[in-house]
Ligand binder design. Sequence first.
Ligand code: DGJ
Length: 744
Amino acid sequence: MSVESQSMINVSEDLKFNLSNSRISYIFQVSAEGVLEHLFFGQRISASHGLSAGPRREFRGCTLEFQSIENYNLDDTPQEYPWYGTSDSRQPAVHIRNGEGNSTSTFLFKSHRVVQNKPELNSLPSARGLDSETLQIQLLDSVTDILLTLNYTVYEHHDVIARSTHFSNNSDHAVTILNAHSSCLDLPQGDYELLHFNGSWAREFESERMVVPKGRFTIESTRGASSNAHNPFLVLMSKGAGEQNGDVYATTLMYSGNFSLSTEKNEFESVRILAGINPFNFQWVLEPGASFSTPESLQVFSNQGLDGMSQVWHRFVKEQVSPLQFNDVARPTYLNSWEAAYFDVSHGKILELADKAKQFGVEMLVLDDGWFVGRSDDTTSLGDWFSDAEKFPEGVEETAKQVKAKGLKFGLWFEPEMVNRKSKLFVKHPEWLIQVPDRRFSTGRYQNILDLTRQEVIDYLFDRLDSFLKSGMIDYVKWDMNRVMTEVGSLALPSNRQLEVPHRYMLGLYQLLDRVTTKYPNVLFENCASGGNRFDLGMLRYMSQGWVSDMCDPVGRLAIINGASHLFPLSTLASYIGPVPNHQNGRFTSVKMRQDVGFFASARGLSLNEEDLETSREEIEAAIELYKKTAQDMVGGSFHRLKYTNNEVCWQLISSDKRRVYVGYYHILSAPNLPYRRARLIGLDVSVGYHLVSSGEVFGGDALMHLGIDLPYVDAMQHQEGRDYNNHLDKGDFASNLMVFERV
Ligand code: DGJ
């Protein structure tokens, strides 16, 4: 019998927990033996009776029985937070080596409570808890006296369940946590497919879709950053799910370090999804009286396919994750000095670029790498965060002041976590590097990582950043990070804590980010890591936007934006129009193609030198004007993927008031005599008309949604000027068209 209330969390007398908003339900129960059994995650179910964790089947072959309970085998039981050693042979959510040296445990139900909203996670980023309720379940291993608190938050307006686990050692023995996942989701037998995002530098967010295999499949990072090799985001879906159809279960982590997300399909064909800190090369010593919190895991269910899932993530990231003060603020157009000048920056050059930026209507000048003492190339000076006196005789703050006097905003690049061994900081503090004794350093881009497990390093970096930000002259910070961890160790920690370094590093980084962004809430922070080498919700909790990739060729960037958009809203994406030939892959593309692809981001700008700017002056001025005019819609609108193939991409953005619709169509390689294609638009008002700005032609909202629009075509053989509105693409390769519709 349910205890009926208006609460989103209902607990029945027989300990069934039903977490439901008006669209989704997450339900589990305590078995007679005290095991927390998963019952359901999916479309809303109002009552929990009639649900079962599955039949307890008679003894089959060599199947084991948990604690000699007849026909109760944990291998065949969906669970909420499984442990190791007592008849479930799948990967456990928790694995602890106890004081006796063995790793068997049994975490059984102890108590529960419901709290309004969402308690903050200790020292880790977590989603906000606006309009939410949290269920806390305590599980106890009575032999070791380790107490786990499982947190489940359900939101009224978001189809997301947020989860984390808190460990407390109430015994008088130290234990070692070997594996502490944030969440486990045991889905019933089914034909599932999975989608994950992977890549490398300059080709982040490529995607792979596959049938969930038997056995384990894992995406992970062991690099000390969430990485561009695998994004901490895994999508499971019913077979054949598409953009608009199918059941989708997606998981991501609010974590930026070593993670693991895995599926395991066992002999009974149920699928276990585990998400958390990567157990590889991880241990955490939990002394008596100490506690440990896992990062937060976020789970989404949508019965409306991948687009339905993305809409849930996009709104959730904006409303519950990224800094609220910038969410609905149009981002300034900018000129970034990187591909315009690389390390060759100076007071005079920046002022010249600022003048150019101003002439082109750009709103912010960003001084990227190369401004601090001795930084003439990438071999030197990281760590020495003082202005280079030759390039900036009166300090970059003075340059910033003069740029701002021209009516522009000013942005500055930092890479706080790094040090070059050619630096004053390294000479003074060689012990401040992540390192292991007697091993040679592996370097990446000639740099090493500072040991953020040390409080004095965090304090030094805070002080250096603060010394610039307190001038009040810096409106935007690009926070870069250009190498991952090797020879992982800290000279400040004892030997039994060396495998804690990667996670302790993240705790240090989050502390630093928290201090800086709390002190300077009006500075716009952009997350960067050689592009998207650490592009995750952990970083976006502190920073409103991210440099998703160094790939600035528009063709290369199509896949990146398409992939990233599965989880990240446009409000978190930054882009710029870069030079041709493109510096990453050498391709020549038109300003139009570069502008039309760069259009789908909230932070938009240029990274062009004076010559590049002059070459296409009118087109670039027009691009900046368009970017400014549409800036508000980019942060507030809803983005949809209409089409994505190897040769064609079509995206749509509809403004939050539904008055303006932008459709970008990209055709990569031309081909003759192609079939006509249509795309059906999404989310329009069916009862009104929309006019295509370029032609004035009016289309019914219902027609655009149900019939669709004809996509422009490459018609290389028969192109006749002025044949119809804008239904031709440029002849040849790398063509694009941006259609703007306004509600009549
Ligand atoms: C890597 C970034 O991704 C680039 O945009 C640029 O900021 C360079 N670092 C500067 O060193």
